[in-house]
Design a protein around this ligand. Structure first.
Ligand code: PZK
Length: 287
């Protein structure tokens, strides 16, 4: 970093610093987590892939909603962002039945108050995408909440606006991804409010860390789908008999290389930009 910046927050694999009263610096590392544990081995360039994908989708969705991105730095992994008043909910949209949505459906036939048809299979495509907000848990897991609980947190007008934007963004990006052989099963968006009271898309957006990416090739409902990016890591970890508590295992070179290649493949398929071109000129994803 060139300026003095104070640390504001840490995510599992990202850091936020304050640049001044109005601007934050978001830095995405090469760390990887699996089964909710950050592993001791990094995936080279993973942070650049995620930052480039976010910047790409921010540019592509600017006509749907404004976003917090001010500048993508030359290192390809840091972004200067507008500081916003963040909504206290995670805006999740699901087009397919996976993860906690599948678990909730099995237990109750509903996901966040959306009653779904009977007899759906794991990973099945939903009749239409559903907005399934969650609370931001300080530790542990986010909790799915229904409309009434979310309205309690943000108010009815904000809820309706966040729902509408989240569904519109998902439809647009999922359609684009599918054209390139990637199913965007679900995604988590975060919105903030700017000083004029407008909703602004923040955080990272449509990255493999904030979304479920599945290869469309071989998609088959009835079971869990392989992750586009992390499947080598998960499969390797499953061979170890590791109990999925800290510390996680070191990854061997072939797992690192295969995983890195998958991240870069997703980046190139979705953006149409060679990753080498991104490294040489990060702004290439914003053209
Ligand atoms: C903000 N987070 C979560 C993300 C972390 C923590 N534009 C913004 N304005 C104000 N606050 C935030 C943002 C954004 N984005 C987001 N925490 C604060 C978060 C990444 C890494 F450590």
């Amino acid at each position: 970093m060139s300026e003095t910046a104070s640390h504001v927050a840490s995510g599992k694999v990202r850091e936020i610093y304050a640049l001044d009263d109005e601007r934050l610096l978001l830095v995405t590392s090469d760390r990887i987590s699996t089964f909710d544990v950050v592993l001791p081995t990094e995936i080279p360039d993973k942070g650049r892939v995620l930052t480039g994908l976010s910047a790409f989708w921010f540019a592509q969705t600017e006509s749907i909603v404004p976003n917090h991105l001010i500048a993508l730095r030359e290192d390809g992994r840091s972004t200067e962002c507008r500081r916003l008043e963040m909504l206290p909910i995670e805006c999740v949209v699901r087009g397919y039945l996976a993860g906690s949505g599948w678990k909730d459906y099995l237990a109750t036939g509903e996901v966040c108050g959306h009653r779904l048809p009977e007899g759906l299979s794991e990973s099945e495509r939903l009749p239409e995408p559903i907005f399934t907000p969650a609370t931001k848990a300080q530790t542990g897991h986010d909790e799915n909440i229904d409309r009434a609980a979310a309205v309690e947190l943000v108010g009815e007008e904000r809820f309706d606006e966040a729902e509408r934007l989240t569904l519109e963004l998902y439809s647009y990006v999922a359609g684009r991804a599918l054209e390139h052989g990637i199913i965007l099963a679900d995604t988590k968006l975060e919105f903030g409010v700017d000083p004029e009271g407008r909703l602004v898309l923040a955080d990272e957006a449509f990255t493999p860390d904030s979304s479920r990416f599945w290869p469309a090739d071989g998609y088959e409902p009835g079971t869990s789908q392989p992750s586009y990016d992390k499947q080598f890591v998960r499969d390797y970890c499953e061979t170890l008999g590791w109990d999925k508590t800290y510390p996680g295992p070191e990854l061997p070179a072939d797992v690192v290389d295969g995983t890195r290649a998958r991240y870069i493949e997703a980046f190139e398929r979705l953006t149409g930009v060679d990753f080498a071109e991104y490294l040489a000129d990060p702004a290439s994803v914003q053209a």
